[in-house]
Design a protein around this ligand. Sequence first.
Ligand SMILES: [Zn+2]
Length: 228
Amino acid sequence: MKKTQLASCFIALSVLSANQIVRAADPTHSEQPAVAPAEAISKLKEGNDRYTSGNLQHPGQTTERRTELAKGQHPFAIIVSCSDSRVPPEIVFDQGLGDLFICRVAGNVINDESIGSIEYAVDHLGVRLILVLGHQSCGAVQAAKETIATKGKAPGHIESLVTAIKPAVEATAKEDLDATIKANVKHVVQALRSSMPILKGEVHSGELRVIGGYYSLDTGAVTFLDEK
Ligand SMILES: [Zn+2]
């Protein structure tokens, strides 16, 4: 989407109050029905099964698909995941162009900019599932755990990651790294479910589901932590 189109989308949304938000008609994306959360979860599970079993289909990566998507996007899930090079969502879920709307920050944490991106995908693109995906041996979570344990300070902007991950570190002070990684996922899931003024209402009305997941570097399998 061109910058001017994106700007006009946000302007269109901004004139509506939170409880008046509608799926705006937009000629830049197709009029497809929203993919229900349960169906989106199934598509992710099926794709991950293909990945772990070595039966990748590499869907949606053809010239035809690219051309089709130039008219507009209709992703079926939002993935909030770590920047770690070993956990690229399109590959581990065997998805293609236009399938996943992804926010990647080290430690799969969120900030105002990523929440704004997620709100855009929910409100404007009609996405109804958010998966927060943590992973085995997450360096960001490990760094946060070590920095807080030693009462130190991480260099540069890395400290902002430590601050974001701190609630999970404190909740699992006597537990191992895996426990902190999973607690961090749950913390971000809860933060998104209660995010005002947009996501909380969508979750409450049943339009949107926010769930957590954990990716094993060893097996490639994603375990869904909380599907309610
Ligand atoms: Zn990580």
